[in-house]
Every structure is written in structure tokens, then in C-alpha cells.
Design a protein around this ligand. Structure first.
Ligand code: NAD
Ligand code: UDP
Ligand code: UDP
Length: 315
């Protein structure tokens, strides 16, 4: 009998985690999904429960976890500003104490460990697009700091476990990603605009809507995760993963209205504190080291995502 590799996915019942669990099962891994359901949902992985290679565990990774694995994907952390600002102390805890526990586990069982870091480590970037060498412009005491500084400290921990304990690390800096299984009330821009359009509610643009983001479709991103995780040991990252297409929030609002055929109108609300003005990944390193680049255009990915959200509104 073939011995399957064992992977742990923390945050596995969340948006990205559920897609990752699904792909790992297709690749014949045994998957342990660890989640405390803060922003994730059992419904996201319900279809995997009948697979005997899949196991679901309710656990908060700020507490130690003693299990066995060959690979660990550390995704546990709320990603939407609304949710990570709801309990900012817990956000820092999951990023820092959660990382320590997962790195301690990786060290003990000699597992390769992947960290879901973020483009937020660049803060409100003065360099555009952002290469991995850019060190960012982050406010250490603002309302986004629990997430931004938490993720920065997690990167520090990953590289110290690498240097001090020779742990086999992979650090991805993920740029805004969207797709099916985002929570309809997640609060992020893509899910907000689609839900508002489908319900005929006002589309809420924060600020003047001229701030930019680059949106990556989830399937492309998961391919990037797998490419990084299977890269040689010396490819530690940090490495940007995202889509370089850059759009203003006005562009996104107009596109969403058009694609849903909505009668919604746009309203302008105050811009939240420390909201970055621009963001776009420099993918030179990802292309060279992983031979990876995203393939799915925004219109294509939005169409899939709209289809997913329609069932919340029409069923
Ligand atoms: P998500 O909120 O859907 O998923 C996060 C998951 O982590 C949820 O299932 C949540 O319940 C779980 N979780 C939170 N705290 C936990 C804890 N203490 N113990 C165990 N589980 C816990 O968000 P997502 O978009 O799937 O993001 C996944 C990861 O990717 C996060 O680490 C996020 O910071 C990172 N990331 C995402 C994006 C993006 O655009 N989606 C961009 C950059 C980074
Ligand atoms: N840890 C864990 N699972 C393990 C091994 C360690 O959760 O399988 C936790 C452990 O509780 C510790 C943390 O990871 O607090 C860091 O472990 P490490 O061995 O680096 O440090 P130490 O145990 O020496 O504090
Ligand atoms: N945004 C918006 N309307 C919304 C939600 C978000 O205009 O209903 C803006 C937000 O201010 C930010 C951008 O969209 O400039 C992306 O926000 P999101 O929360 O998706 O992710 P961020 O990149 O800020 O973490």
C-alpha cells in the first residue's frame, strides 16, 4: 500500500484553507484540517468529510498541538479587516503564538512548514509594484497593526526557526485573493460589492475609490502554494503570490455592477484609517523560482465568484 504524505492545514475551514484541503486530497495527501471556526465554516469542507483521508479538528492554534505530519500549511488567521479588527489582541496572538506553536511542531516532527504571510507587510507602500526586497511602511500602533505587525513578527519567527533550528520553511506573501467560499459577510471588497450588487443595495466605496488593489483568483493562488511547497529547500521565500492586474475600487464597483446586471448605485463612505493607497505584486521572483504565474483574468474569476454568491441571494 502506498504511504500517503500527511499535511496539516491550519485555518483549513476558511476560504483559502478549504480550497487547499481539497487540492491536497486530490494529490493523495492525508489532510488534517485544524480550525476554531472564528471566520471559517464547517460548510466549506462538508463535501470532504466522506473522504477517509480527511480529518477535521476544532482547535485554536494559540494553544499547543501535538500531532504528526510531513507538511504544515499555517493559514489560521482572520483575513478581512472587519474580522481581524474585531478582536485585535486575538489577531496578534494567532499570528505570533500560533506561529510559535506550529514552528515548534514542525521542529519536533521535522515537517516542512508554509506560512500564509501577506502583502500587508508592505503597509502603505512607497515602492510600486512591491518586490520582496521592499521593507514596507507599516504603522505599528494603528488599527491594522494587529494584522500587519502580527504577520511581520510571524515572518521573523519563521526565519529565526530556520536559522536557529534549521526548520524547513516556505513563506508566501499573498496579495488580495477572491473566489467561491469567501464568507458572504466577510467584509472584504469583492464579497461586499458582489453581495450588494446582487441584492440591489448601495455599493459602498470607501474614500474616493481611487485606491488600487490587485486581485488573484483562488485557483491560481493555490497553484502557487503547491509550487512553493514543492520547491527545493533553499527556496524559503518570502515570495510574492498574487495577480499583477491593478484596479481601482471604482473600476471594481463598475465591473461588478455590469457583470451582475445590477441596478445598485455607488455611495462613498469614509476611508478607514491606514488603508493602503496602492498595491500590486512584483512577480519576478515567483516566475523565476517557481515557474508560476496567475492565469485567470479578473472578469473570469468574478464570473465564478458571482455564481457562488447567487445561491445566497436567490436560494
Ligand atoms: P479566512 O478568514 O476565510 O480563513 C482563516 C481561517 O482561520 C478561518 O477558517 C478561521 O476560523 C481560522 N482561524 C482563525 N483563528 C484561528 C485560530 N486561533 N486557530 C485555528 N483557526 C483559526 O481567510 P482566508 O482568506 O482564507 O485567509 C487565510 C490565510 O491567508 C490567513 O492567514 C490570511 O492572513 C492569509 N491571507 C489571505 C489573503 C486573501 O486575500 N484571502 C491575503 C493575504 C493573506
Ligand atoms: N509545540 C506544539 N507542538 C509540538 C511541539 C511544540 O504545539 O509538537 C509548541 C510548544 O508548546 C512550544 C512551542 O511549540 O510552546 C515552541 O516549541 P519549541 O520546541 O520551539 O520551544 P520550547 O518548547 O523549547 O519552548
Ligand atoms: N473597500 C471598499 N468598500 C468595501 C470594502 C472595502 O471600498 O465595501 C476598500 C477598502 O477600503 C480597501 C479595498 O477596498 O481600500 C480593499 O479592501 P479589503 O478589505 O478587501 O482588503 P485590504 O486590501 O484593505 O486588506
Amino acid at each position: 500500500m502506498k504511504i500517503k504524505k500527511r499535511a496539516i492545514v491550519t485555518g483549513g475551514a476558511g476560504f483559502l484553507g478549504s480550497h487547499l484541503c481539497e487540492r491536497l486530497l486530490q494529490l493523495e495527501y492525508e489532510v488534517l484540517c485544524v480550525d476554531n471556526y472564528f471566520t471559517g465554516r464547517r460548510a466549506n469542507v462538508e463535501h470532504l468529510l466522506t473522504n477517509t483521508s480527511f480529518e477535521l479538528m476544532r482547535h485554536d492554534i494559540t494553544f499547543p498541538l501535538y500531532v504528526e505530519a510531513d507538511e504544515i500549511y499555517n493559514l489560521a488567521c482572520p483575513a478581512s479587516p472587519v474580522h481581524y479588527q474585531f478582536d485585535p489582541v486575538q489577531t496578534t496572538k494567532v499570528n505570533v503564538m500560533g506561529a510559535i506553536n506550529m514552528l515548534g511542531l514542525a521542529k519536533r516532527v521535522k515537517a516542512r512548514i508554509f506560512q500564509a504571510s501577506t502583502s500587508e507587510v508592505y503597509g502603505n507602500p512607497a515602492v510600486h509594484p512591491q518586490p520582496e526586497s521592499y521593507r514596507g511602511d507599516v504603522n505599528p500602533i494603528g488599527i491594522r497593526s494587529c494584522y500587519d505587525e502580527g504577520k511581520r513578527c510571524a515572518e521573523t519567527l519563521f526565519f529565526d526557526y530556520y536559522r536557529q533550528h534549521n526548520v524547513d520553511i516556505k513563506v508566501a506573501r499573498i496579495f488580495n485573493t477572491y473566489g467561491p467560499r469567501m464568507h458572504p459577510n466577510d467584509g472584504r471588497v469583492v464579497s461586499n460589492f458582489i453581495m450588494q450588487s446582487l441584492k440591489g443595495e448601495d455599493i459602498t466605496i470607501y474614500g474616493d475609490g481611487m485606491q488600487t488593489r490587485s486581485f488573484c483568483y483562488v485557483d491560481d493562488l493555490i497553484n502557487g502554494f503547491l509550487a512553493l511547497m514543492s520547491a527545493p529547500r533553499d527556496v524559503t521565500g518570502p515570495i510574492n503570490l498574487g495577480n499583477p492586474g491593478e484596479f481601482t475600487m471604482r473600476d471594481l464597483a463598475e465591473k461588478t455592477i455590469e457583470m451582475t446586471g445590477s441596478s445598485s448605485k455607488i455611495v462613498y463612505l469614509p476611508l478607514p484609517e491606514d488603508d493602503p493607497m496602492q498595491r500590486k505584486p512584483d512577480l519576478t521572483l515567483a516566475k523565476r523560482a517557481l515557474e508560476w504565474e496567475p492565469k485567470i483574468r479578473l472578469e473570469q474569476g468574478l464570473a465564478e465568484t458571482i455564481k457562488y454568491f447567487e445561491k445566497y441571494v436567490y436560494e
